[in-house]
Design a protein around this ligand. Structure first.
Ligand code: UDP
Length: 320
């Protein structure tokens, strides 16, 4: 099969490209290198089934050509990371909405199936743990910039579902829960690479708030298996599907675990949210996925636990 990955030089996209090549497929990547980097795909560049173009998906003519070349599209190009969202709201909102509209429009002309990457951020402040795809989404006010990310991704979700229902375009929406692993950068705020780098440098680990908020981290290798499996499954078309792990840890405990595993002499410092992000910043206290839908659809479940995830990220950061 021939696959197009938008955002293919990003963290998740580059792992997906690698896995598809490993399974003997042909891979096309488009990435504008805004948050992705050539370093993520350098090792793939000489592969004869790998093709890449540095450009933006907003180039409609190019997108039409790329869509023509392939059988299936993974749309991963997006502005991600809470820090980026708070610092560059215009870019986040525009990137996330415009690009998805262009990709779906181009795919629809040739009726090529599209995976649209969404996020657990969409559940917002819901306390209906574990989060089920049919559960209500509870977002804060538009005066608080963080929620623009969830809103922009929700528009993407509605659009993907609308294309499926109205235009019979096969689409699948995946809500990713805190995906981590090698190549993720801490530059845009993500907590695991940030803590690991801080610990390896002997700098204090910056725990935001009181550290009692919790997350479930999913290894990128598990995530890419789910993405490929969903696009291979017509029953998944038109569906929104959680992709995550249910092993929950508080951020304070995560900091302690990273210090222990790196044998670091670092301390932990508590940073108020308003200093870390912006005044009035709202965090979500817990975020746990209900995985019954993805299990029923493709028999998928995560196989890599937090211990191994942290070991992989630590090894990667030590090498870099
Ligand atoms: N966080 C933290 N210190 C950091 C970066 C993040 O305590 O240096 C916290 C953040 O406030 C959130 C959690 O770690 O509660 C996960 O943050 P991340 O940005 O990785 O993902 P999010 O779950 O917010 O999308």
């Amino acid at each position: 099969m021939r696959y197009l990955i938008t955002g293919g030089a990003g963290f998740v996209g580059s792992h997906l490209a690698e896995e598809l090549l490993r399974r003997s497929h042909e891979v096309y990547v488009i990435d504008d290198l805004s948050t992705g980097t050539i370093n993520n795909i350098r090792h793939l560049k000489t592969h004869d089934r790998f093709h890449y173009v540095v450009d933006t998906c907003s180039n409609r003519m190019l997108m039409a050509e790329l869509v023509d070349e392939v059988d299936i599209i993974f749309h991963l190009a997006a502005a991600v990371g809470v820090k980026l969202i708070v610092e560059s709201p215009v870019r986040t909102i525009e990137t996330n909405i415009k690009l998805t509209e262009i990709v779906l429009d181009a795919a629809n002309k040739k009726k090529k199936p599209v995976f649209v990457a969404s996020t657990s951020e969409c559940y917002g402040k819901s306390d209906q743990i574990p989060f089920n795809e049919e559960g209500d989404l509870v977002l804060g006010p538009s005066s608080k910039g963080r929620w623009s990310y969830a809103c922009s991704k929700l528009i993407d979700e509605f659009l993907a579902i609308a294309y499926f229902r109205e235009k019979k375009l096969p689409t699948v929406v995946g809500r990713l829960f805190n995906t981590v692993g090698p190549r993720q950068t801490g530059q845009y705020g993500m907590v695991v690479p940030t803590f690991v780098r801080q610990a390896l440098r002997g700098e204090p680990l910056t725990v935001y708030g009181d550290g009692q908020q919790s997350r479930c981290f999913t290894h990128v290798a598990d995530v890419v298996r789910a993405l490929i499996g969903l696009m291979d499954t017509p029953a998944a078309y038109g569906q929104v599907v959680n992709i995550g792990n249910t092993e929950e840890i508080t951020i304070l405990e995560l900091a302690r675990r990273v210090i222990e595993m790196t044998r670091s002499s670092s301390d932990i410092v508590f940073v108020p949210y308003e200093k870390a992000y912006e005044p009035g910043f709202e965090d979500m206290p817990r975020r746990v996925p209900d995985l019954s839908k993805v299990r029923n659809l493709i028999g998928w479940q995560p196989t890599i636990g937090l211990e191994q995830i942290l070991r992989d990220v630590i090894d990667y950061c030590r090498r870099g």
